[in-house]
Write a protein that binds this ligand. Structure first.
Ligand SMILES: Nc1nc2c(ncn2[C@@H]2O[C@H](COP(=O)(O)OP(=O)(O)OP(=O)(O)O)[C@@H](O)[C@H]2O)c(=O)[nH]1
Ligand SMILES: [Mg+2]
Ligand SMILES: [Zn+2]
Length: 280
């Protein structure tokens, strides 16, 4: 049988059978090792877990694999750090994860704030506007396909959104609210919960530091993870162009306001970080 590992607790794995949704509590077999199986793994099982299928991606902190979608949450307060948002987007593209930008707290956001974010990212990712406070989260649930996690600065409302999703899905995730007891758990395990057409990774959110450190790109690779630079890059004089100076299609399109100058300025900052890292 084929299943998805939705929980790992010491040596015991909860595996949801794909076709029936039935959950089995299993151990690794002789062929597979406990340490080699993560939440998010697709596995072949019988009495034990016999085989781990090839992974699309592995994230270390928190330990989870096969992530399909990352909701990158931001809000008007705290003021967003868009360099961080851009790093998260790059990280997602590197790992083969679809980033979706979620503007939370629209109950208190100025229109100009929302418009500015939309103008900056409309060529990069889908953008959803939600309010955990008002329970305005419909678009969010529809976009949960496959394994989905939340990332974003502290206090943007990640936990509030996850709570709002769970309370709307009570019928589908039977008894979940009592099982979660958010905040009361002493150890926080990574766990997947079925929501909509997919699963939510119930984690405290991705550590920004971890994201930063895993994105270990060569400087010249960086712009290939900028879909909004794609057309412009074809017009650079040199294929190895870093888009800092010279006859550069990206610089031209920034001047023509066809590429967001915020995205470009932040690209230069991330590029500098990657360059200085290379020295060590
Ligand atoms: N006005 C408003 N406030 C919100 C909304 N969502 C969350 N908040 C508030 O924002 C604060 C932070 O929310 P959390 O859900 O704890 O944020 P978080 O992203 O999980 O923060 P960390 O766990 O520190 O990473 C809380 O005071 C929430 O009540 C919203 O949609 N509107
Ligand atoms: Mg939180
Ligand atoms: Zn260029």
């Amino acid at each position: 049988m084929k299943g998805l590992v939705i929980k790992k607790n010491a040596n015991l794995f909860s595996v949801e059978e794909i076709s029936t949704g039935k959950v089995f509590h299993l151990n690794a077999s002789g062929k597979t090792q406990n340490s080699g199986i993560f939440v998010g793994d697709y596995v072949i099982f019988d009495k034990n877990i016999e085989k781990v299928e090839e992974r699309k991606n592995v994230l270390i902190r928190p330990p989870i694999c096969n992530l399909d979608i990352m909701f990158i949450v931001l809000s008007c307060v705290p003021k967003p750090d868009l360099v961080l948002v851009d790093k998260m987007i790059v990280y997602c593209f590197v790992k083969g994860i679809k980033p979706i930008i979620v503007i939370n707290k629209i109950d208190k956001a100025e229109n100009s704030f929302v418009e500015n974010i939309k103008n900056t990212y409309n060529k990069v990712a889908s953008i959803l506007t939600v309010s955990a406070k008002n329970g305005q989260i419909e678009g969010l649930i529809e976009n949960i396909k496959g394994i989905t996690a939340f990332a974003g600065q502290s206090a943007v409302g990640k936990s509030s959104l996850i709570n709002a999703i769970f309370s709307k899905n009570m019928a589908r995730v039977d008894g979940l609210s009592s099982k979660i007891q958010r905040g009361k758990q002493t150890t926080r395990l990574v766990q997947l919960y079925k929501v909509g057409q997919g699963y939510i990774a119930d984690t405290a959110g991705f550590s920004m530091l971890a994201l930063d450190y895993v994105t270990d790109l060569e400087p010249r690779e960086l712009s290939s993870y900028y879909p909004d630079f794609l057309t412009a890059r074809a017009k650079c004089k040199y294929r190895s162009c870093l888009h800092e100076s010279g006859e550069c299609g990206v610089i031209n399109m920034v001047k023509e306001e066809k590429i967001s100058s915020i995205r470009y300025q932040n690209y230069l900052k991330i590029l500098q970080e990657l360059k200085s890292r290379k020295k060590y």
